[in-house]
Design a protein around this ligand. Sequence first.
Ligand code: 3HC
Ligand code: NAI
Length: 646
Amino acid sequence: MTVTIARQGEIATVTVDNPPVNALSAALRQGLWDAVETLDADGSVAAVVLVCAGRTFIAGADVTEFGKPPVPPHLPDLVDRIEAAAKPWVAAIHGSALGGGLEVAMGCRFRVAAQGASLGLPEVSLGIVPGASGTVRTPRLVGVPAAVELVTSGRPLRAAQAAEAGLVDAVIQGDLLEGAVAFARHALTRPLPQPTSARPVAAPDPAFWAEQEKAVAKAAKGAAAPLRALACLRKAAEASFAEAMAFERETFLELRSSEQAAALRHVFFAERAAPRPAALRHVEPLPLRRAAVVGGGTMGAGIAAALRDAGLPVVLVERDDEAVARGTANLRGIFDGAVRRGKLTQAQAADRLAGVTGTTDYAQLADVDLVIEAVFEEIGVKRAVFDRLAQVCRPDAVLATNTSYLDPRAIAGGLPGPERFIGLHFFSPANVMKLLEIVPVPETSERTLATGFALARLLKKIPVRAGICEGFIGNRILKRYRAAAEALVRQGVAIAEIDAAMRGHGFAMGPFEAQDLGGLDIAFLQREGARAAGQAVPETLGDILVRAGRKGQKTGGGWYDYAPGERRPQPSALVAALLAGAITPGAAMDREAIAAHLVAEMAAEGQAILDEGVTQTPADIDLVEIHGYGFPRWRGGPMFATGIRG
Ligand code: 3HC
Ligand code: NAI
């Protein structure tokens, strides 16, 4: 770590260099403190520009210090010290100014930002509130409503938005340091603005807070930090600066040692470890310039959209012209939806679509670097596709299958050059869901595997390596979870109680309403397939419903009834009658016990997966559940939540 001071005439520059992200370790806090002292004592300095080396401005407090006792100088004191400096400080921001980094910047008299910079207070995503005046200084710069959005959502602002909101004073075009020094010189010619802490804050009325509390609680789905952050903001609006600072500090320290914060830190580090497995650090992936998808259905269209979002040209292969038209229409639907939600402009959507070549002609695949197969889940169909791919693709092109349940070894069997084959299991909708299970076969080369991980980085997905077993990691745990939920129903626990228990636990949906949404028939057909192949698969309650024509919302009913055109599940007398013979009435279980039991079942399956070597770390299982199946992030995943932490 270094903090160096240089001079450009009467302007001093303080450069922070603490790779990789200039996190505010105890040593850096001390270094900055010393710099303030040194520059205050230097009569020839008129103003100070604070700038960072490397890829980013200060990205926040050092998260690795959070499990340990706080060491002075404490961050709030450092921010106050910078604000009280005898000379005005100008924060020159590039990359990200996050959390404590933004708080340091708010202690400076001015903030300027490079065009691509982002500024935010992501503390709630770590289960804490800003702990160095973020809830107290932010409303003084941007007003209470904008501060509520920044602090309770954790979402950062781009430089231009930050300037509009009043969080930065100028966006610098061209060289940041040069621009910041020029800004400082100009600022010295005018009366200085008040320090942030001395600025007034307009307090909204109680109705505003009541409304915000409702909205924040709804979005938090059980996470504690957002509501606590809102309480800090209210204090900042209604009490003195000092009182609000004391309240924020107390809240910060309490939350920092909470179970939720520990869980969210676990997820933070797991997400950063996942994309770069140590075993592949020195393996060069294949460059990805052009990709292809075979099959333009639900998954193929989503995967093609994800590839286009990452800027790759895509060839989309379908079995006949009609299917090409359907696949293209599926893609158009995805991009149109993004336009409707304000995520893409019309022009961007048109460009995304223009980069897709729909075809039935495999010759178009002669020069692609990667092909992802997403055709019907039938071994014969998939084998035929890979036979064609082997004939037309470059011998080094990576060939991937998106199969959910088939054995990738059976799909790859007999393929010339099996070292380039791999399973890449996306989740629906593939352009939205963050999870990517990466499933090598024994022949898969390190380079192919590294390319799978490189693809995940390109698509901004969380990759988890999985060994071969039925359903890989996620669908295997899902099967156990559903079976355990059905077992409770057989014991007499009400279907709606189980769903309510899981929602109460932080899931967006319970297991039965989720099946009604996705359709009960997919898992049913899979079980029927296994039965046809001679496996002894016991009859499930879901089978009884599907045989009675109840496949979920799309047939007007599954585990629940649905009024025409409505998505609200209604307990069904017909289901009760259909299942009566399989249920022993009477068992009562409170919701907490239901959720604890079902999470324990997930973790038990996770443990079996670990024991079999399907995955190496419990953290990977947690990532699968959080990013593929809606497990509440703030609980850290089923393994962390049940104490299995490796
Ligand atoms: N503390 C410690 N280590 C951190 C860190 C932090 N705040 N932020 C990132 N790192 C580490 C990562 O673990 C990773 O380590 P590794 O190389 O050993 O795996 C390395 O820095 C690089 O991180 P990324 O892979 O995430 O790098 P990117 O370039 O993709 O992203 C970033 C950079 C946008 C800054 C991203 O790292 C990020 O969002 N960091 C978290 C920022 C954050 O949450 N700050 C708030 C902290 S809480 C706080 O400040 C409390 C205060 O209010 C008192
Ligand atoms: P789908 O039925 O929506 O789409 C399959 C597409 O493949 C159809 O458009 C069909 O015309 C096309 N196709 C069939 N044979 C072809 C051939 N020989 N050549 C070119 N195209 C052909 O199916 P879906 O849901 O997209 O599933 C595809 C694959 O993805 C399956 O292996 C499935 O198990 C897997 N998967 C599905 C998920 C889901 O949630 N639907 C999630 C993850 C994986």
